[in-house]
Every structure is written in C-alpha cells, then in structure tokens.
Design a protein around this ligand. Structure first.
Ligand code: CAO
Length: 307
C-alpha cells in the first residue's frame, strides 16, 4: 500500500480538523502548494453532511456512509420563504452532532428517580442560601459522579481505531447550556471534590459566561460525561446525543408528582425522568440499566454519595 500523503496544514487547523473528526489526508488543499485552509475543512464537512458521495464522515474507520444526496428543493415554488444563516456555534455544534450520531451506535435507556426527599432538602438549602440558586441539576451532578465511580466504564473514551478504552480517574462533567446562538457544553471540573453549593455557584457562572459568549475552548474541553437537562422547560423523555469521545450522556426531563404504590397505598411522590444514551460498542444494555438504577437509588437517598 502506498503511504498516505501528509497534507500541509497549520497546527490550529489540524486541531480544528481533529475536533470535527476530519481525516486531513482526504481533504484537498486550495492554498499555495496544496496547503489546507480552514474553508477546505469546512467544505469537506459540508459535503459530508449533505451526503455528497466521496466525502466520508466515517473515513477514519475506513468506511463511507455512501448516502443519497441531500434533497434539493425549490421551496419558493410552494410558498413564501426566507433564508436564515446558522450561527457559527450552530454550524460547529451541528457538524459534531452529525458525526457523533452517524458514528456512534446510540441506545437510550429510560428510567426515573424518586426525588421527593431531595426536593425537600433542595428547598431547605434554597431558604438557607438565598444568594445561590440550587437547582435539581446540582444534585444530579453529585449523583452522576457517585455512579461513575461505581461504573468506571462509563467514565471512559474509545480510541479512534475502536480497540482501546481509556478509563479516566477524574470527574469532569459537561453541562449542555442553551444559548441564543446555539448549544454549548462547558465543563465543570473535579466535581468529586466539590460540594453542592460550590457546584451551584460554578454552574451559574458558566451559564452566564456561555450566554455572554465568554467561554473559550479550554472551558469546553476535557469532559468525561455530559448532562443535558431540559427539566426547566418540560417534556417526559428524549434521546440526547453522545458528546464524543465520551461514551454516555444523561438527559433529564421535568420532574412530576405521581401516585406511587408503596405496597399498601398510593402515595404522591416526585419522580424525575432520566434518559441515558450510551455507546453500545462500549456499554451493554444490562450495564446501562444497572447504571440508571444505581443513579436513581443514589438520587432518592443522597446518603449513598458518602459510600
Ligand atoms: N424538574 C423540574 N424542575 C426543574 C428541573 C427538573 N428536572 N430542572 C430544573 N428545574 C427548575 C429549576 O429548579 C428552576 O426553577 P425555579 O426557577 O423555580 O427555581 C427552573 O426549572 C429553571 O432552571 P434552570 O434551567 O435555570 O437551571 P438548571 O440548573 O436546571 O439548568 C442549564 C441550567 C444551564 C443547564 C439550563 O439553563 C439549560 O440551558 N438547559 C438546556 C440544555 C439543553 O438545551 N439541552 C438540550 C441539548 S440537546 O439539544
């Protein structure tokens, strides 16, 4: 086999290509002496996203999706329209989501946690600490860390050849934040070493920074596992897309009081819906069900975090 040509590209562009999962040997450079420009990578990704044959999203693993071309429709023929360009964040996030959805075999495990007692504790904390808003998400972060300790395979990354798993001994949790310009995922570091109030304060700071466009790449790198909470908005369940190279992500929907049979009578309990998407190459269904069961028990009885 002929050795692959090594393309000319600056270190910044190589990093950009790595983040998007683009194999530079497949990109034709339009610069001087075939040097690769940022636009060349963007065009390559666009072609891959629109299903252009030859632009292979799965190129790294040697496969091509070989999809049909994206439908070209003149919508104006059917009624009035307006063009709205995507923001830079939406374009970058979109390319990442498309790669992750196409390359990772996703399965979503749904479960729920009884957070009746946690909610009472949260309300109490809120009264005692008026300066800091403590939302259910902070309890989830602590419960997720305790669950990751119990199930280390969920705190891992698969290498690009799909042959080796890197297990992480640190607990950095990415939090999906909705901003007017699109979705970003800043990372809360060393969540195992921080208390609820410290995490609540950091989460508030990161959310404001995200919405003010003050986050840099360093704030969004190094995550082990992500949480996407739509609980403040509503809904009962959804399928979050894994944030590669992580191997799982937890989606959280809105908690609701429901009648639960306790063996003798129906009692009103506050139940929180959980949706765990996992990479089925790394995690089996049984392990995912055990993970969400453990997480649920931990949320119901937070003393388990001390174990
Ligand atoms: N059930 C019920 N209520 C919930 C809840 C849940 N699971 N989660 C949050 N809430 C409540 C909060 O307690 C808060 O109530 P009060 O205003 O009465 O105090 C309210 O909903 C709003 O919470 P919040 O959204 O401001 O705070 P948060 O800590 O839950 O979330 C953040 C912070 C940054 C994650 C969130 O603002 C956000 O951006 N979420 C969207 C993430 C997203 O888009 N994910 C989708 C990714 S896939 O496209």
């Amino acid at each position: 086999m002929l050795p692959q040509k090594v393309p000319f590209a600056s270190p910044a562009l190589r990093k950009f290509a790595r983040q998007l999962g683009v194999d530079l040997t497949l990109v034709s450079g339009s610069g001087r002496s075939g040097r690769i420009q940022r636009e060349d990578i963007q065009t390559f990704v666009k072609r891959a996203l629109t299903g252009d044959r030859g632009a292979a999203v799965g190129a790294r693993t040697g496969g091509s999706l070989d999809l049909l071309a994206w439908p070209q429709v003149d919508f104006a023929k059917f009624g009035p329209t307006e063009q709205q360009p995507l923001t830079k964040i939406q374009r970058i996030t979109g390319a990442n989501l498309a790669r992750n959805w196409a390359m990772i075999p996703h399965v979503t495990q749904h479960d729920e946690a009884d957070i009746t007692e946690v909610e009472a504790f949260r309300k109490q904390l809120g009264k005692e600490n008026k300066a800091i808003k403590v939302t259910p998400l902070v309890f989830l972060i602590k419960a997720v860390v305790a669950t990751l300790k119990e199930f280390p395979r969920f705190n891992a990354s698969l290498n690009s050849s799909g042959e080796t798993l890197t297990l992480k001994k640190y607990f950095h949790i990415g939090i999906a934040v909705d901003t007017p310009d699109g979705l970003v995922v800043p990372v809360l570091r060393d969540c195992n070493q921080k208390g609820l109030l410290e995490l609540a304060a950091e989460l508030a700071t990161l959310s404001v920074q995200a919405r003010d466009k003050k986050l840099g790449p360093a704030d969004m790198s190094g995550g082990c596992f992500s949480i996407s909470s739509l609980g403040g908005i509503g809904g009962t369940a959804f399928t979050p897309i894994i944030n590669a190279p992580e191997v799982a992500i937890l989606g959280v929907s809105r908690s609701k009081i429901q009648a639960v049979w306790n063996g003798e009578a129906f009692t009103p309990r506050l139940l929180l819906p959980l949706s765990l998407s996992y990479d089925h190459r790394v995690i089996d269904g049984a392990a995912a069900a055990r993970f969400t069961r453990y997480l649920s028990r931990t949320l119901t009885d937070l003393r388990r975090i001390l174990l």
